[in-house]
Design a protein around this ligand. Structure first.
Ligand SMILES: Cc1cc2nc3c(=O)[nH]c(=O)nc-3n(C[C@H](O)[C@H](O)[C@H](O)COP(=O)(O)OP(=O)(O)OC[C@H]3O[C@@H](n4cnc5c(N)ncnc54)[C@H](O)[C@@H]3O)c2cc1C
Length: 401
């Protein structure tokens, strides 16, 4: 067969490659594990990560010299859409989407050599140590301190809502290195080995019955100074760079497309007389159509943000818009799903699926029910910076108010 030469031919060829890869590598076990989102078992998540890594596709947004694919926007879209439409496990964002780009952009050569290979091959898992009790939206008020003592920083304080801290090998943490400077100016960005003495992880069980959130306590945790990223007291700059990428990633367009497809199938089956729920009513169809229109507009906006990222290296403040609309679409679809499948969406007793937590069961586990998913989707308008905060960012940065 001749080599593809036009852009369209290249995109079509990639589409075929990706589809073939999915049918060869994506097992039913992985699709089931993917339904747990962040709660996926680490071994299963890593197996999927490594399969994609071996194919060379794990970091489409990274520069080629650091292991990126060199794809343009359309190739990236083809890839992420195919993965989400197939129901593949998400690639954990903390390494590939968050700390990886910070390290290759602002880190030392030693940090790049130490961390980028294991982020790419999925052998190291990371978690994000930003939020603290009382410092979520007002992140710059964070209090966890890092005091220089010879070749180390001594870290004391507490992080909260730390997703997958119990599964992670490393945490990237914002710490206060200058208590006297104006809030944003006294913050630094540290890479901390989770096995360092004095660091303790305590679980938080969320409304879906799952354990993926944690508190992380630091008591005289000694961190080598070479684990500081960039300059001391300049961490806010790196933190904001990372948050922009995080918000752009939360739009979840392809996953929502999959959800719309499934809801249409259910509604069609109902309309064909195969069920008795509300999903064939014209009111339901109208609401589903309205969410689909919102999703299509979001997809167009996402393509614009990706294009801007390619030219400027950063999604900019428009990432906030993706985060707001993406999370609203996700929540609307989860509510429609519960309505569509009626009583099948209710909590029911199933064998406990809690990722790798060894916590005892609090009662009936409904981690795999539509109601549990709908409840947890409420968090989408909180994490990555709440939607109210994103509206403030938009008002200031995009509308100039
Ligand atoms: C499921 C989940 C996973 C998370 N994972 C992580 C993680 O891995 N790492 C991490 O560091 N953090 C994580 N977070 C924390 C998340 O970033 C914070 O919850 C979020 O930033 C909000 O902070 P807060 O919870 O302290 O709420 P608060 O800041 O106390 O806000 C409470 C309410 O007040 C509103 N509000 C606050 N300030 C303003 C304002 N100026 N204008 C208008 N409204 C305002 C907020 O929108 C919100 O509705 C996670 C959170 C959730 C729910």
């Amino acid at each position: 067969m001749s080599e593809p030469n036009t852009t369209q031919q290249k995109v079509d060829a990639l589409q075929q490659d990706v589809n073939a890869f999915i049918s060869e590598n994506l097992t039913e076990e992985m699709v089931q594990g993917a339904r747990l989102g962040f709660g996926i078992n680490r071994e299963l998540g890593t197996r999927w990560h490594q399969a994609i890594h071996q194919r060379g596709w794990i970091a489409p947004d990274w520069p080629v010299e650091h292991g990126g694919t060199g794809w343009g926007i359309r190739e990236k879209q083809v890839f992420s859409d195919a993965m989400a439409l197939a129901g593949a496990p998400m690639i954990m964002p903390f390494g590939i989407d968050m700390v990886g780009p910070v390290i290759y952009t602002f880190g030392t050569q030693a940090q790049k050599d130490q961390h980028l290979p294991s982020i790419l091959d999925g052998s190291t898992w990371w978690c994000q140590g930003y939020s603290e009790p009382g410092s979520g939206s007002d992140l710059a008020s964070l209090k966890t301190s890092a005091v220089r003592d010879g070749d180390h920083y001594v870290v004391n304080g507490q992080k909260i809502w730390t997703t997958n801290a119990h599964k992670a090998d490393w945490i990237f943490a914002l710490v206060r290195t200058d208590p006297d400077a104006k809030a944003q100016r006294g913050i630094s960005f540290l890479l901390i080995d989770m096995n360092t003495p004095g660091l303790e992880v305590k679980p938080i069980v969320s409304i879906d019955g799952m354990h993926h959130l944690n508190q992380v306590f630091f008591e005289n945790v000694r961190v080598p100074v070479e684990n500081l990223v960039g300059d001391e007291n300049a961490g806010w700059t790196y933190a904001k760079f990372l948050l922009g990428n995080e918000r752009a990633g939360i739009a979840n367009v392809a996953a929502s497309k999959r959800q719309v497809g499934r809801l249409k199938e259910i509604a069609k089956a109902e309309a064909d007389g195969m069920g008795d729920s509300l999903s064939s009513s014209s009111d339901f169809m109208m609401r589903l159509a309205a969410v689909e229109v919102q999703l299509n507009a979001l997809a167009a906006q996402e393509a614009r943000v990706i294009a801007s990222m390619e030219s400027t290296g950063s999604p900019g403040d428009a990432a906030s818009m993706l985060k707001i609309i993406g999370s609203e679409v996700e929540q609307n679809l989860h509510a429609l799903r519960v309505e569509a499948i009626g009583y099948y969406s209710l909590p029911f007793e199933v064998p406990l699926i809690r990722g790798e937590s060894n916590l005892p069961a609090p009662g009936p586990d409904y981690a795999v029910s539509a109601v549990a998913d709908m409840n947890f989707s409420r968090a989408a308008s909180i994490y990555g910076g709440s939607n109210e905060i994103q509206r403030n960012v938009m008002a200031k940065g995009v509308l100039g108010l």
